[in-house]
Ligand binder design. Structure first.
Ligand SMILES: Nc1ncnc2c1ncn2[C@@H]1O[C@H](COP(=O)(O)OP(=O)(O)O)[C@@H](O)[C@H]1O
Ligand SMILES: [Mg+2]
Length: 245
């Protein structure tokens, strides 16, 4: 589905990604983890076309998308839910979700209503509280609306940047369920998560990034059990934090 090979990207004179290789298989959830500043968000920004690759390739279903503008990448079925929240707080749940369909093209009213009804079957809030203002929702509920808005486009791949950032345990449960139902509906998911335990418990595959490249990759279970996982976060040569016996 997504094949990234030898990807380099950066900002100004600085290379941040230095030869990232990453595969996401169709229908799976792949979670990228790694310390702050490792380049996780930069990978997502490069896939969604916000940032142009400096070298390497990004292919989705065999089609090269690296360097294409964001609108073309959206049309190819790759939709990013940004790290910063982006709902219109004075609009209702339903209005926010329908907004998703306006992003790439005007759709017929009937088609949009039909898609909303489909999504209301997997995101219960859409059926239960369509006329509530987005500004009055909890953090987890807002995330659900953002996911539904992305799903209006019937994407092949959804990119999620730190979906649990700053949220409470109840919201985490809502986000977990929402990610699983999107994936259950056949959507491939590439997510970045700073809550390593949460991300790895949800994903099929995991990619551990460090300093702009991939330090470890494998099944999420194997990565969770890998004794070197925490070395990547804290540095293999970091001093002992507990006193020597
Ligand atoms: N817009 C930007 N301009 C310049 N440097 C940036 C920009 N965004 C991120 N960076 C730098 O790129 C590096 C990787 O950032 P990022 O991909 O956001 O890391 P992560 O998501 O893993 O925490 C960091 O050193 C960060 O300071
Ligand atoms: Mg980030």
């Amino acid at each position: 589905m997504i094949h990234i090979d030898g990807l380099w990207a950066g900002y100004g004179g600085l290379d941040i990604l230095r030869g990232v290789d990453l595969k996401v298989e169709q229908g799976t959830i792949n979670c990228i983890v790694g310390p702050n500043g490792a380049g996780k968000s930069t990978v997502l920004k490069t896939i969604s076309g916000i940032l142009a690759p400096r070298a390497g390739s990004i292919a989705v279903d065999g089609v090269q998308l690296g360097g294409e503008p964001p609108a073309a990448i959206l049309r190819a079925g790759v939709v990013q839910v940004p790290q910063r929240h982006g709902l219109f707080t004075k609009l209702t749940v339903r209005e926010n979700v329908l907004m998703g369909a306006y992003i790439i093209r005007r759709r017929g009213r009937k088609q949009m209503d039909g898609r909303y009804e489909e999504l209301a079957e997997i995101f219960p809030l859409l059926a239960e509280r369509p006329h509530v203002l987005a500004g009055s929702l909890s953090g987890g509920q807002r995330r659900m609306v953002e996911f539904a808005r992305a799903m209006m486009l019937d994407p092949k791949i959804v990119l999620l940047d730190e979906p649990t950032l700053g949220l409470d345990p109840i919201s985490l449960a809502i986000i977990r369920d929402s990610i699983l139902v999107m994936n259950g509906a056949g959507t491939t998911i590439l997510m970045v998560e700073q809550n390593v335990r949460f991300g790895l418990s949800l994903a099929h595959h995991a990619t551990v990034m460090s300093a702009g490249s991939v330090a470890l990759a494998g099944s999420a279970q194997d990565i969770a059990d890998n004794p070197h996982l925490m070395d990547v976060f804290f540095g293999a040569a970091s001093p002992r934090t507990e006193p020597a016996a």
